[in-house]
Design a protein around this ligand. Sequence first.
Ligand SMILES: Cc1cc2nc3c(=O)[nH]c(=O)nc-3n(C[C@H](O)[C@H](O)[C@H](O)COP(=O)(O)O)c2cc1C
Ligand code: SF4
Ligand code: SF4
Length: 199
Amino acid sequence: MPVFAGRIPETARERLSKLKGNNTKAIAVVNYGNAQVADALVELVDILQENNFDVIAAASTISHHSIFDGVAIGRPDDEDIAKINEFAQNAIEKIENGGSLESSIPGNRPYIDYKQLPFIVSCDVNKCVFCLECVSVCPEKAIPDDDPADVDLDLCSRCTSCINICPENARAFTGEAFKAKKPAFESANAERKEPEFYF
Ligand SMILES: Cc1cc2nc3c(=O)[nH]c(=O)nc-3n(C[C@H](O)[C@H](O)[C@H](O)COP(=O)(O)O)c2cc1C
Ligand code: SF4
Ligand code: SF4
């Protein structure tokens, strides 16, 4: 589960809440961009447990920051992958031997308020070829199929999916708020953080 503003994404939370665990074993993993996990992992564990999953282990892992491309460049790297492989091996052993999650997970309840990012997702109409891949991938149905440039920013979660999928590189974060935030955010989160594992 990606971390969005220290929480798990609202759409993902809604979908996950519909699953019935029936005591199925689960491993809760949140992935973040070297800034903050905040309450995302505790929230994910809570949702799984509330839906009757048997959470046996949990982790927070790090990959490149999907919005600020100067943060966590090259992550996950070999060191991360080795740690994740070891975690997976230990989780397999725990599945075989039995037992639920015992560690307490860092985070607060109530969770921090979700704050929508003020950035604008724009579309360069001179590059757009109207393939509508962005429309298909958008989890919030925020892009109209008759005008991919007209993003509904009230619906948009700034998830970056449309930016990543666009074959013409027509989509990007733009606007003064994004430009102003980028350098300070990247220098504040330059120091390497490490994945954490819980059993
Ligand atoms: C809307 C949004 C909010 C984010 N909030 C955080 C955050 O609070 N802390 C953090 O470290 N990374 C944050 N990130 C970065 C992502 O968690 C991270 O880059 C992502 O898990 C990478 O996976 P992806 O390539 O599948 O998007 C955010 C990314 C997006 C799109
Ligand atoms: S960033 Fe793009 S894909 Fe994601 S919610 Fe916004 S418009 Fe949809
Ligand atoms: S994915 Fe890119 S090229 Fe295709 S419709 Fe969307 S903005 Fe236009």
